[in-house]
Design a protein around this ligand. Structure first.
Ligand code: PLP
Length: 446
């Protein structure tokens, strides 16, 4: 099939996906692919969910679209209520958008408007972390710390500071306890605030469990609490970006639930619509909402498709599936099985440096030398080789290169559907191990 779709890469011509069945995608030639990463941590319910099908049909029969400048809708209101009922403490309002970048963009703009409205208009800076990704629109891209994505757009990006990520495998020093390590890297926020002048900073943004850029790296215990304390001390808003790690992926509906730390704003997307509809959401504290309600009364922002009834109907059905099928428990149980299976198969592998993650959000980091943790030469593009070999073998996984700061090894992110069976986990690990071995052999021969 030829066409004129301009996709991610001009160098590949991907197969045409024609169907989905449980944890599998099927292409036009009938080949089946086990979706070991849910695309990019999206398809949390798999590909042929009946409740989603019915919910979307039913919503389409009632109402497809009504502009939020004139109306609200029953699915959007229901979704907001349901999210708030489960949200971390203090989050009381929901702003519905169409994806992750939109949610982050809205968070940054809302932070700015909040400070203008409360008379602190000198606050305009954002602090984020190196090795982070928060989306591809200009504001979200500016927040992200992934140089490779940012470099050519530099002149268009607002100034953002980046501190160290919380990345224990690489950065914890010999003899340093987890707690001491977490404190040390969190305290970089304090140092950066002092450097900038704390009164000029409006927000700090981070992922509680880092997804795409690092491969399922959770914050160490105590880190997020320390970050919360520093933000509170200086009146800086804390934004958790749970676009990838939220909506049950880690075994909690919100990843930060495990750390028992609540932000002032929280973004979700991906698993919220599970791929059945594009949808994202920004959850906002009552204090931020009240300040604007009592001030201008209007968030100076908006998109044509925000609060879309079809997207909200899909998200409501996703929440019902998670609740009624007890999928958070399934994520924890199958996540442990996946972790165990990865460790059994790859734990002693000479080129596997780290296996990490939470729930059904796991990462495998590849290194040339386990002892020194030296990554493979980025020019070998090990991640691309793994992706291609896995795909040939019928496995979709999400490998990324290891060039960031020159410190991160190539890694593979796994984020399979919450319904993955024991046999499918075995297939995933088997095909992944084969792809890793094949890719390393190919790289060494190159
Ligand atoms: N934030 C995080 C943590 C993400 O992983 C992503 C996408 O991968 C985004 C934001 C951007 O989301 P979207 O691609 O839906 O715009």
């Amino acid at each position: 099939m030829t066409g004129h779709i301009f996709g991610r890469s001009t160098r590949i011509s991907p197969p045409v996906a024609v169907a989905g069945e449980g944890c599998y995608l099927i292409d036009a030639g009938g080949k089946r692919y086990l979706d070991g990463s849910g695309g990019a941590a999206v398809s949390c319910l798999g590909h042929s969910n009946q409740r989603l099908r019915q919910a979307l049909h039913a919503q389409l029969d009632r109402l497809a679209y009504a502009h939020t400048g004139f109306f609200t809708s029953e699915p959007a209101e229901t979704l907001a209520d349901r999210l708030i009922a489960k949200a971390p403490e203090g989050l009381e309002r929901v702003y519905l958008v169409s994806g992750g970048s939109e949610a982050v963009e809205a968070a940054i703009k809302l932070a700015r408007q909040y400070f203008v409205e409360i008379g602190q208009s000198q606050r305009h800076r954002v602090i984020a972390r190196r090795q982070s990704y928060h989306g591809n629109t200009l504001g979200a891209l500016a927040a992200g710390g992934n140089e490779w994505r940012r470099v050519q757009f530099g002149p268009l990006l607002v100034e953002t500071s980046h501190i160290a990520p919380c990345y224990e495998y690489r950065d914890r020093q010999e003899g340093e306890s987890l707690e001491a390590y977490g404190r040390r890297v969190a305290d970089e926020l304090e140092t950066e605030l002092q450097r900038l002048g704390p009164d000029s900073v409006m927000a700090f943004i981070c992922e509680p469990v880092v997804g795409a850029t690092s491969g399922a790296v959770p914050a160490v215990p105590g880190y997020l609490r320390r970050i919360r304390e520093i933000c509170d001390r200086h009146g800086v808003l804390l934004i958790f970006d749970e676009v990838m790690c939220g909506m049950g992926r880690t075994g909690h509906l919100f990843a930060c639930d495990e750390d028992r730390v609540a932000p002032d704003m929280l973004t979700i997307a991906k698993g919220l619509g599970a791929g059945y509809q594009p949808i994202g959401a920004l959850l906002v504290s009552g204090a931020i909402y009240d300040a604007i309600a009592q001030g201008s009364g209007f968030f100076q922002h908006g998109h044509t498709y925000m609060g879309h009834p079809m997207a909200a109907a899909a998200a409501n059905a996703v929440l019902s599936e998670i609740e009624e099928r007890d999928l958070l428990a399934a994520v924890r149980r199958q996540g442990e099985l996946l972790d165990r299976s990865l460790r059994e198969r790859l734990g002693q592998h000479p080129h596997v440096g780290d296996i990490r993650g939470r729930g059904l959000f796991r990462g495998v980091e590849l290194v040339e030398d386990r002892g020194t943790k030296r990554p493979f030469d980025p020019a070998l593009r090990l991640h691309a080789r793994i992706k291609a070999l896995a795909f040939d073998a019928g496995l979709i996984c999400y490998p990324m290169g290891g060039t960031i700061d020159g410190r991160l090894g190539d890694h593979v992110l796994l984020a399979p559907p919450f319904i993955i069976s024991d046999a499918e986990i075995a297939e995933l690990v088997d095909k992944l191990a084969g792809a890793i071995d094949g890719a390393i052999a190919g790289a060494q021969a190159a």
